[in-house]
Design a binder for this molecule. Structure first.
Ligand SMILES: [Zn+2]
Length: 349
């Protein structure tokens, strides 16, 4: 990756056009275009002005050429077909940027994880087997998964919560040099976020090596077995009713819809019964908003803030921590800042 790619990615992550950025940085759009396309090297002054407007440090932009593989890595995204390209491209760029920040930070400090996210060859390992092996490797209790975010973080997976400003994209993930990264939509209810996290974990475990067919179904199968192990859930799927689905939702922390899908895929209900449930869900308004979601314990990422806290404990100021991670002091989006000090500001337009 060249410095121009880093500038373009940072700009896309901010959701601004070349014209807007050029104007704010006091350069011409033609010049910016040449920088982004690697046809010209920006001067020190121009680079400083661009970095400032993008909320990142010059060091971060310069590091891009050193950090091999960044940005080029495939991003997995759970989104609807109706999601606008401008929206998901921006999210993709944001994930790439968090990756760059995490790598830069990784040059200064190392995060020692208790577990790791294992890799499987999906041709040899069916997704459900992979899910069982991850649960076994992480020594997870056999029942419902409590605090999925905590488990992911214990395996060195950085989970970042952001408001995607749309409900058409659930989440996205990619492997960094040695740490996986998941960006998840905080607009979604807890049950749906948990399914997204498990789905993305499936991609991280199964699809790191090369893209292949049926990746989405694989990730769904992985997530279903990870959150609702067959041996435990199967006996509970008999005589399903909407009331029973809500009880199971409370117990397992997954949506009624996910439970119906699980029941169908395990052969506990037939296609007609499944359609019947979906009709009922529509009638009850559950397709838009399911009950019980608010009763589930919210799951908040802690790892990024913990890293920030650890650095603060070493006597570093908030500005110094931001600098290490490649954010300008005023950057609104620094997940490594201490909790409570994180500012919720969108880039001014
Ligand atoms: Zn997916």
């Amino acid at each position: 990756m060249r410095i121009g790619d880093a500038i373009r990615t940072a700009r896309r992550a901010c959701g601004i056009t070349q014209e807007e950025l050029a104007q704010r940085a006091g350069i011409t759009q033609a010049a910016l275009s040449r920088y982004e396309n690697g046809l010209r090297e920006p001067s020190e002054a121009a680079l400083g002005a661009l970095a400032e407007r993008l909320g990142v440090t010059v060091r971060l932009l310069r590091s891009a050429s050193r950090l091999q593989g960044a940005v080029a890595i495939d991003v997995h995204m759970r989104r609807r077909a109706t999601a606008k390209a401008t929206v998901w491209r921006r999210l993709e760029a944001q994930l790439n940027m968090y990756d760059l920040h995490a790598r830069l930070l990784g040059e200064e400090i190392s995060v020692r994880a208790v577990h790791r996210v294992p890799q499987f060859d999906p041709i040899e390992t069916p997704p459900a087997d992979a899910a069982r092996m991850v649960r076994a490797q992480w020594r997870m209790p056999s029942g419902p998964v409590r605090d999925l975010v905590g488990w992911l973080e214990s395996a060195g997976c950085m989970v970042i919560d952001r408001d995607f400003a749309t409900t058409r994209v659930d989440g996205l993930s990619q492997w960094s040099s040695d740490h996986p990264l998941i960006l998840v939509n905080e607009r979604m209810p807890t049950d749906r976020r948990r399914l997204t996290l498990a789905h993305e974990l499936g991609h991280l475990c199964l699809h790191n090596l090369e893209p292949m067919l049926d990746m989405e179904q694989d990730a769904n199968d992985f997530a279903a077995e990870f959150l609702m192990p067959e041996v435990l859930i199967r006996p509970q799927l008999r005589n399903l009713s909407t009331g029973k689905l809500l009880d199971l939702k409370r117990q397992w922390g997954v949506s009624a819809q996910a439970l119906v899908e699980r029941a169908y895929r395990l052969g506990a209900i037939d296609a007609g019964r499944r359609t019947g449930f979906y009709k009922q869900f529509s009638y009850l308004g559950w397709r838009r908003r399911e009950p019980v979601s608010d009763e589930l314990p919210p799951e908040q990422p802690r790892l990024a803030a913990d890293i920030g806290r650890a650095l603060a404990g070493r006597g570093l100021t908030a500005e110094e921590i931001a600098q290490i991670a490649g954010f300008t002091a005023a950057a609104p989006d620094n997940p490594f800042s201490e909790p409570g000090r994180r500012l919720h500001i969108v880039p001014s337009s």
